[in-house]
Design a protein around this ligand. Structure first.
Ligand code: BES
Ligand code: MN
Ligand code: ZN
Length: 487
């Protein structure tokens, strides 16, 4: 899909299959539409008068234009006046669906007709991102492949073809492409998307982008490093664990990197603390944190941003077996502390804590870990928002702000000592669970014990990363926006 910015004069003359006019309750129609309306026997005006043009947001009303116009169909698409990103995204989705239905290969969308307090740049960014994201469909493991999208050219009429608007389109496209990569990795089944598969994917990114390099650490190397906590999770599986390090060098070596750390449990059976059978298939999504790291690396590399960004992924499968880690076992982390594994299903934190110690070597400007960490987070916040924790309130709010800007929201949560105390253990420095109460918070407190030496945040995306058995591609947009905010 190609996006082009046009001014009104040239946009109205551009030949395309469909012309989309965002319509408010009483749309003021551009004069060219008045012209078409004549050839439509005044249908548009008539509907406008009889208030039938008072379209609800995202409601579609179509006309067939005549050969007098540059377009085949004219679509009036209901568009609320205002500032709601949610309404605007719903509008974009409805327009996209209508274009798909008529199999349009080209379209002109008149963004100047939108009355919103959102900037034109933001409207463009959200629209492009929504179009790119909505064009994603999963069919990798289906015999019946989905029909290829006909839409190739999207012409956007804007009030000014300035650099802010151009940049916004690029941003939207790259975030969309990044989010789609995250969705695809998340949706792939656990027998395909294994730790080795993720390692290959990372090597593929390094081949595609000159500024990106990938290093894969094998179990032998992880043992040498003494990542005892991470390795305890992989005992019961035959799939070799991998730690994947992706480095994007867009700035001088002297500039400290932002580091992203992703939970990449490619399937979480719970281990010996086996999960119940119902909906266990959803635990293929337990690598969505890792997927968002891949997606963000891709988006940042696409944008060729002048930043240094490192992505670290702990790719492991959590399975029960005769040699699997057992409840009560005590493991020693890379940092030297001991953890009592009271529940082998609280494995994400065991993987992440070693990575969080490992990344100290990069002298990071800031570290964000991203993980489908707790069912408790889904109970607390549902699928609509990520939870954000941090040892630095400004950092926490910066991430929230980045998420708000691109409608990929995160909600701030506490890291108080009262919660941390729930991790006390009789037989180790800490237990890996904090009891039944406040599960998302105690998991974050566990991680915070390994992040004292740098600015750190944790995103629990157990709910936001997927919904109704589909990966959402979140929080790629939030993370990419945060990186952009650093420029
Ligand atoms: N991967 C799960 C968390 C999860 C649950 C993600 C539902 C997405 C949807 C995690 O490894 C886990 O099993 N956590 C346990 C922790 C408990 C044993 C303290 C949980 O949430 O039940
Ligand atoms: Mn688990
Ligand atoms: Zn898990």
């Amino acid at each position: 899909m190609d996006f082009n910015l046009k001014t009104t004069a040239s946009g109205l003359k551009t030949k395309a299959d469909v012309f989309v006019l965002p319509a408010h309750e009483t749309p003021t129609l551009p004069s060219i539409v008045d012209e078409i309306d004549k050839s439509l026997n005044g249908q548009i005006k008539k509907r406008q008068k009889s208030k039938r043009l008072r379209l609800k947001n995202a409601q579609i009303n179509g006309f067939i234009a005549t050969d007098k116009a540059s377009w085949g169909d004219v679509i009036l698409a209901g568009c609320t006046k205002g500032s709601s990103q949610r309404d605007w995204i719903a509008f974009a989705k409805a327009v996209f669906a209508a274009l798909k239905q008529v199999k349009a290969s080209s379209v002109v969308i008149d963004v100047t007709q939108v009355e919103s307090t959102l900037s034109e740049a933001l409207l463009l960014q959200l629209l492009t991102k929504t179009f790119v994201e909505t064009s994603y469909q999963y069919d990798t493991t289906l015999s019946d492949k989905k029909e290829k999208l006909a839409l190739k050219k999207v012409h956007l009429i804007v009030s000014s073809n300035n650099s802010a608007n151009k940049k916004a389109v690029e941003l939207g496209q790259s975030m969309g492409v990044g989010a789609n990569l995250a969705k695809q990795l998340g949706n792939l089944p656990g027998n395909i998307c294994t730790p080795s598969f993720l390692a290959k994917e990372a090597q593929g990114l390094a081949k595609t982008y000159q500024k990106l390099s990938t290093e894969v650490l094998t179990e032998t190397q992880l043992k040498k490093l003494k990542m005892g906590s991470l390795l305890s999770v992989t005992e019961g599986t035959t799939e070799p664990a991998k730690v994947i390090v992706m480095k994007y060098k867009g700035d001088k070596a002297s500039q400290k990197p932002v580091v992203l750390v992703g939970k990449g449990v490619t399937f979480d059976s719970g281990g010996i603390s086996l999960k119940p059978g119902a909906r266990m298939d959803e635990m293929k999504f337990d690598m969505c944190g890792a997927a968002s790291v891949f997606g963000t690396m891709k988006a940042v590399a696409e944008l060729d941003l002048k930043v240094n960004l490192i992505g670290v992924v702990g790719a492991v499968e959590n399975m029960p077996a005769g040699n699997a880690t057992k409840p009560g076992d005590v493991v020693t982390s890379l940092s030297g502390t001991t953890t009592g594994v009271l529940n082998t299903d609280a494995e994400g934190r065991l993987v992440l804590c070693d990575l969080l110690t490992y990344v100290e070597r990069f002298k990071p400007k800031a570290v964000v870990d991203i993980a489908t960490l707790t069912g408790a987070c889904v109970v607390a916040l549902g699928h609509h928002t990520s939870a954000v924790y941090s040892n630095d309130d400004d950092f926490k709010m910066a991430l929230k702000k980045a998420g708000d800007a691109v409608y990929d929201r995160a909600w701030p949560m506490p890291l108080w000592d009262e919660y941390d105390e729930q991790l006390k253990s009789e037989f180790a420095d800490m237990g890996n669970i904090g009891g039944p109460d406040g599960g998302s918070v105690t998991a974050a407190c566990f991680l915070s014990r390994f992040t004292k030496s740098y600015t750190w945040a944790h995103l629990d995306i157990a709910g936001s990363a997927w919904q109704k058995k589909k990966a959402s591609g979140r929080p790629v947009s939030l993370l990419t926006q945060y990186v952009i905010d650093q420029l």
